[in-house]
Design a protein around this ligand. Structure first.
Ligand SMILES: Cc1cc2nc3c(=O)[nH]c(=O)nc-3n(C[C@H](O)[C@H](O)[C@H](O)COP(=O)(O)O)c2cc1C
Length: 336
């Protein structure tokens, strides 16, 4: 709950520096398209989506407010045809009352749902059995393993033993019935991280770059000691979303096996989403911008998602792209 309050109270947790402003696109005055015919649909984890949006991992826990947020997000995801990931499921192993907040499949029977466990927990006693339980409870289509070394380093109670995680992930990946996705939480995955995880059997990556929600700053606001400013010093640490995305796309271009690249971190509207797809992302994740609506109702959340959809469709129209295939990886749309 502390995290949610911090987000409400401090506008500077939003860093506004993901690099999207630097990408300028070429406007088409004669797009030669009927706006109504623009096809924004895609497929993710073998399920159809109305457009390439994923509600990024946020929450889960024993409180009624948390449970309501997840229920609203799941209902809105189903209503609008987008994917949803839950926040870290570790809490369901320490507090059984939290399980209800992850029992969401009846709210979202048709869209991809993604579970979430911190990879560092593999060094703290969680293993394949718990990951299977997390997947089973959510009836998940995939499981996120999040890697958050900065957040753990800054938290007074953080789990900081990140040694040997690639080997742990390799062992885990062999035992999972659904794909594993590796995800940062706002500092970006580097190509060296992608290489390590690829060798461990991971094929899907959410680069979750910097420039949107700063977890380091959130942890700074939650500090125990007044003179502890580690979180402030590192609030802008990491790879910008645009840089991490471009580097990951170029790096994975030669990969022969199929893989999924998700962009997230500071995506704030449908234009940012279009830029991510142009830069080679398959999907776009947004977390903080959907939280406010999720606290209100599933209808408010669905409206916020439909607004993103309209912005995304409008960007495609103005770029002269009638389908995602025309947008994806299309560098010719970027002004030099
Ligand atoms: C309230 C909140 C809670 C979050 N909790 C988690 C979490 O439990 N697990 C995780 O992998 N990421 C978590 N994240 C990180 C997001 O999934 C995302 O990677 C990051 O916030 C960047 O996206 P944004 O700039 O759109 O917020 C959380 C983000 C927010 C805003």
């Amino acid at each position: 709950m502390d995290h949610l309050r911090a987000l409400e109270d401090d506008a500077d947790i939003e860093r506004n520096d993901s690099g999207f402003d630097r990408i300028k696109l070429t406007h088409r005055a004669l797009p030669e398209l009927d706006f109504e015919q623009i096809d924004t649909r895609t497929t993710f984890l073998e399920k159809p989506l109305s457009f390439p949006l994923l509600i990024s991992s946020m929450t889960g826990g024993p409180d009624l407010e948390i449970e309501t947020i997840n229920r609203n997000l799941a209902r809105a995801a189903e209503q609008t045809g987008v994917a949803m990931a839950v926040g870290s499921q570790r809490v369901m192993f320490t507090d059984p009352a939290a399980r209800k907040s992850f029992d969401l499949r009846s709210e979202a029977p048709n869209v991809p749902l993604i579970g979430n466990i911190g990879a560092v927990q593999l060094n703290m006693g969680l293993g394949a059995d718990q990951c299977l339980e997390a997947i089973e409870l959510l009836k998940a289509d995939a499981l996120y393993l999040h890697v958050n070394p900065l957040q753990e380093a800054v938290q007074p109670e953080g789990d900081r033993n990140f040694s040997g995680l690639a080997a742990q992930i390799r062992t885990l990946a062999k035992q999972m019935p659904v794909p594993l996705l590796l995800k940062e939480v706002g500092c970006g995955l580097s190509v060296a991280d992608i290489d390590l995880a690829w060798a461990a059997g991971i094929r899907h990556f959410d680069i979750a770059g910097r420039g949107g929600t700063s977890w380091s700053r959130i942890e700074y606001l939650r500090r125990n000691r007044e003179d502890d400013d580690l979180g402030l010093v590192f609030q802008d640490w990491g790879l910008r979303t645009v840089d991490a995305l471009c580097e990951a796309r170029a790096h994975l271009a030669a990969a022969e096996e199929s893989h999924i690249l998700i962009a997230s971190g500071g995506i704030r509207n449908g234009v940012d989403m279009a830029k991510c797809i142009i830069l080679g992302a398959d999907m776009c994740g947004l977390a903080a911008p959907l939280l406010k609506a999720a606290k209100v109702s599933s209808e408010a959340t669905a409206s916020a998602i439909e607004k993103l959809h309209l912005e995304f469709r409008t960007a495609m129209f103005l770029l002269g792209c009638g389908s995602l295939a025309e947008l994806k990886d299309n560098a010719s749309l970027i002004r030099k």
